[in-house]
Design a protein around this ligand. Structure first.
Ligand code: FES
Length: 278
């Protein structure tokens, strides 16, 4: 069993768990993910690691309540345990000194961007981070991201904090500016990653995205996480999760992500009825 050492509610419906998982903490690298299962009958869900501490033997994950499993997870408290915590999985982010790198985080993807931005900074890059959310109440880890960035730009869709608008707007301005951008890392909802990739494509700036298709085993055996990159089938769990955003077949990704939407809805409604939650 894997004990929750700390639970913290960051913003409504987004929670941080620090989990005791020494073997995972020893090997985790930026960009990798874990698969968790609450109990032996639970669904397996992938979550990108937000932080880890090898000395303490802990791994930090951040998740948003979206379906049955994440709502169930949100019922747990500090001191509770989950049955499975598998990882680290996937290929780590490619970190080297590129020059100036723009990291773009949409919504709760601030969590996976954080260790990547930190590693890029430590490798000697100039890191410009853009973080965006629908509104002020959904923003978290602003100061943490500022600490690992040379420049931080915050956007909200409704203008309640930072710049009003989408993350692609400051991204486009940076691409048009005199600053030579060597690389963009965009993580967030698939639609955001698609449009970040579309924004950078005319400028020929390499753009890395972290894909989040449906996953089951997370080890390359079930085929659920297949995506098409440059027309070639790849498994996001072992060949990714990071890929060149200019080469991803986004329409296929969107279609596959929606494959079980009715079942997911049904499962969540049943869970709500059982627990009398509206
Ligand atoms: S999750 Fe099964 S092959 Fe990737």
């Amino acid at each position: 069993m894997y004990k929750i050492l700390l639970r913290k509610d960051l913003v409504p419906k987004v929670h941080l768990f620090k989990i005791a998982a020494p073997a995972v903490a020893k090997k985790a690298r930026p960009g990798q993910f874990i698969v968790i299962r609450i109990d032996e009958r639970g669904e397996r869900i992938p979550l990108t690691v937000a932080d880890w501490n090898a000395e303490e033997g802990s791994v930090t994950i951040i998740f948003m309540e979206v379906g049955t499993t994440t709502h169930r997870l949100a019922q747990l408290r500090t001191g509770d345990s989950i049955s499975d915590f598998i990882g680290p999985l996937g290929l780590p982010s490619h970190i080297e000194k590129f020059g100036t790198v723009v990291c773009v985080a949409g919504g709760f993807a601030v969590a996976p961007i954080m260790p990547i931005a930190r590693a890029l900074k430590q490798a000697g890059n100039t890191v410009i981070t853009i973080m965006g959310a629908r509104n002020k109440d959904l923003l978290f880890w602003e100061e943490e991201l500022r600490r690992v960035s040379d420049q931080l730009i915050v956007t909200t869709d409704d203008g309640s904090y930072g710049r009003k608008g989408l993350v692609t707007e400051p991204l486009l301005e940076l691409l048009k500016s005199d600053t030579k951008i060597e690389r963009v890392i965009a993580i967030g909802p698939s639609i955001m990653m698609k449009f970040c990739s579309k924004t950078t494509e005319p400028f020929g700036v390499k753009t890395i995205v972290s894909l989040n298709p449906i996953m089951v085993d997370g080890t390359g055996m079930c085929g659920c996480c297949r995506v098409s990159v440059r027309g070639i089938t790849k498994f996001a769990c072992v060949d990714g999760p990071e890929f060149d955003g200019h080469q991803v077949d986004w329409d296929l990704l969107f279609a596959r992500q929606c494959a079980y939407i009715d079942e997911e809805k049904m499962s969540f409604e049943q869970w709500q009825r059982k627990h009398r939650i509206s």
